[in-house]
Design a protein around this ligand. Sequence first.
Ligand code: ASP
Length: 310
Amino acid sequence: MKNIFSIAIHGGAGTLVKGMMTPDIEARYKNDLKTATDAGYSVLEAGNTAVEAVEAAVVVLENSPLFNAGKGAVFTANETHEMDASIMDGKTLNAGSVSLITGIKNPVSLARDVMEKSEHVFLAGDGAHEFAKELRYKFEDASYFYDELRHQQWLQIKDTDSFQLDHSVKKDSKFGTVGAVACDKYGNIAAATSTGGMTNKKWGRVGDSPMIGSGNYAHNKTCAISCTGSGEYFIRGVVAYDVACLMEHKGMTVDQAAQEVIHKRILEIGGDGGLIAVDAKGNISMPFNTEGMYRASKSSNGAVEVFIYK
Ligand code: ASP
């Protein structure tokens, strides 16, 4: 039997605050989610690897202004952008992460370069920029990342001690991190995650997205996971690895394990959000405990599906 290959992506858990979501905006979100899914899927269809597919899908989402990653990244307390990203190959257990990144259009590609072209797993801040310069990355100036809506969100809370998740005017309305998980024709899986973090974040705050085991994880033996939600809780819950552990040690399916973590274990410690997961047979699970999660998937035995709400 031929292996099923599949991809799932997310553009963040939670939904836009009431009044902001119009049919037109909803159509734009769905369009970009579909474009990203198609981009990743065609990589798989052409016989390329899960790592290449998740990078391709995340690059599309990073290039969209709608999501809190790459072009649409939120503002920090210093009116800058500090982006985090990670990628993991479930076949080799190689991984790459970057944090506190400024000026790079596609942080997920830099994370992949850390995985493939350095001896390390995690590079942050100035050192990560040095590494990017050595690889001749182009640095965009701040205007590339400027977005009127994001700037307004920041102006509302600048000079205060509060920080916010993406579009929210009240906590938990929306997390806009992006991610992708994929299973390729050879039964290998991979995960990638990318984010701008939280509006008005300071002190070099880093969330779960670049942390292997928390916001991102992949192991062919169990699953590939990309998370979105309240990063501080996802770090403490070691969420992505927790799903893999439930599969490995308790014999759960990918869907059972993902549901258990999102609807029980992370809730018990106060975390809200969701995740996307795939196993090495191409089975997908996309649970969330918020009102919605921007998400889409496509398997070689089915059509592309795009959802925002439950
Ligand atoms: N998990 C991300 C963070 O805490 C936020 C998000 O999912 O949008 O940085």
